[in-house]
Design a protein around this ligand. Structure first.
Ligand SMILES: Nc1ncnc2c1ncn2[C@@H]1O[C@H](COP(=O)(O)OP(=O)(O)OP(=O)(O)O)[C@@H](O)[C@H]1O
Ligand SMILES: [Mg+2]
Length: 268
């Protein structure tokens, strides 16, 4: 039985080429005439409890598909995926939470949004009290009565983060959460997520990003995917204490190596 938190064992995924609109449920069924697209090929990966792992790769190489497999939204067509030594057979709300833009309910205040995610609280008063604590963590306590549309993009992202963390997930799956934000807000969000990960040290984070500096600043390990079809190209641990100086020689070397592996030479 696998002992790591998340264990990928030769995970493969094929989608039917002229797939259906409802899509994901039928990913398992290759076309009888072989009309399918190989999206992920033989992914082997071990992720430990509390690790912060970033996944980087070109558009279309299967990063989001990989996260959907971990979340149990999509079943691999080959191999298997395990969490806590048990095979993933579907979404498990108690164990993980996918945090992405647009996940807040627009008709609820952010306090209500966060309190809804609190499965553990005993009664309504407890929920509200705890929800306020999570809003404080992301410095939004003064905005608890605001609806999502009344917040700026960065504030909405912080509210999403508060809501995701309120669910106390064992595993947090994060798919390009800051891609719509301006540069300064992204920098703030990096600090925010790092601080929260330090506070909740048992939470394992899988973080898809196109931003190499984001990955270098946040992660314990960077996984680089090649493809399509998505394959694991390399895994690099980042053994540098936080807070990190992005201009240090160690991270400079890693940045160049990652660009090189991605075949992006203009940035070097
Ligand atoms: N439901 C689906 N049905 C058929 N093909 C799909 C489906 N979802 C994704 N794909 C295909 O799988 C491949 C990988 O998609 P995926 O969204 O995982 O890529 P990605 O690495 O997250 O890309 P990006 O960086 O642009 O978000 C693409 O070729 C895409 O067309
Ligand atoms: Mg994607």
């Amino acid at each position: 039985m696998p002992e790591s938190k998340i264990h990928f064992d030769r995970v493969c995924l094929e989608y039917p080429k002229n797939g259906n609109k409802s899509g994901l449920r039928f990913a398992r069924t290759p076309r009888p005439n072989g009309q399918s697209t190989l999206v992920l090929e033989n992914i082997d990966l071990e992720i430990e409890t509390g690790e912060f792992v970033s996944i980087i790769g070109h558009s279309g190489c299967g990063k989001s598909s990989l996260l959907k497999i971990v979340a149990g939204f999509v079943r691999p067509t080959g191999g298997s995926i395990w969490i806590d030594g048990r095979p993933v057979e579907g979404p498990r709300a108690d164990h993980m939470f996918v945090f992405q833009e647009g996940a807040l309910f627009p008709w609820l205040t952010i306090l209500k949004n966060v309190s809804l995610a609190l499965n553990s609280a005993r009664d309504q008063a407890d929920r509200i009290k705890m929800a306020r604590q999570y809003l404080e963590l992301v410095s939004l306590e003064a905005y608890e009565d605001y609806y999502p549309h009344m917040l700026s993009g960065g504030m909405r992202q912080r509210a999403e983060l508060a809501r995701a963390l309120a669910a106390r997930p064992d595993v947090l799956l994060v798919d390009e959460p800051f891609s719509g934000l301006d540069y300064l807000t992204r920098l703030q969000m990096r600090e925010e997520i790092l601080y929260l990960h330090m506070m909740l040290e048992k939470t394992t984070i899988l973080f898809v990003t196109h931003d190499i500096d984001e990955a270098l600043q946040l992660s314990d390990r960077v996984v680089i995917m090649s493809g399509p079809p998505g394959r694991l190209q390399s895994c690099r641990p980042i053994c540098v204490a936080h807070p990190r100086q992005l201009s240090s020689s160690v991270l400079d070397e890693m940045r160049s190596d990652i660009y090189h592996q991605l075949g992006v030479h203009a940035a070097l």
